[in-house]
Design a binder for this molecule. Sequence first.
Ligand code: ZN
Length: 158
Amino acid sequence: MQISNEKVAAIHYTLTDNNGTVLDSSAGKDPLYYLHGFGNLIPGMEEGLEGKSVGDQFEIKVSPEKGYGLRNDAAIQQVPISAFGGADVRVGSQFQAGNEHGQYIVTVTEVNADMVTVDANHPLAGVELNFKVEVIEVREATSDEIAHGHVHGPHGAH
Ligand code: ZN
């Protein structure tokens, strides 16, 4: 069976940047189960997985446009340190922020005496992603999974 829309696939993956630094991996953990064709993975991953079968091992190179997007300079802002209410603010700290478009995570990139620079870009925005993938399982999705748009069962959302 090949991976296509309305199939559930399980994959093992290792994600590296162009320097070979491992950013994420399923090695030593359960494989990642997902419902194909519902936007549960970044578009470049779904494109690269389309048509693959159990046992296939391959690499997928994903551009930022088909990954976590391009970096947006407008997402970098300066905020008075007083806005953090005495929280421990240091470079690399992450905070939840919100506006009329919903909740998002910001990462602190610079701390001065009274101003903090925060970046709301996804940490992998603008990064070319290199996935090494092995397909572990492919099965038909259930009608409930298709209705909900995600995987059920021991590795799923419920
Ligand atoms: Zn569900």
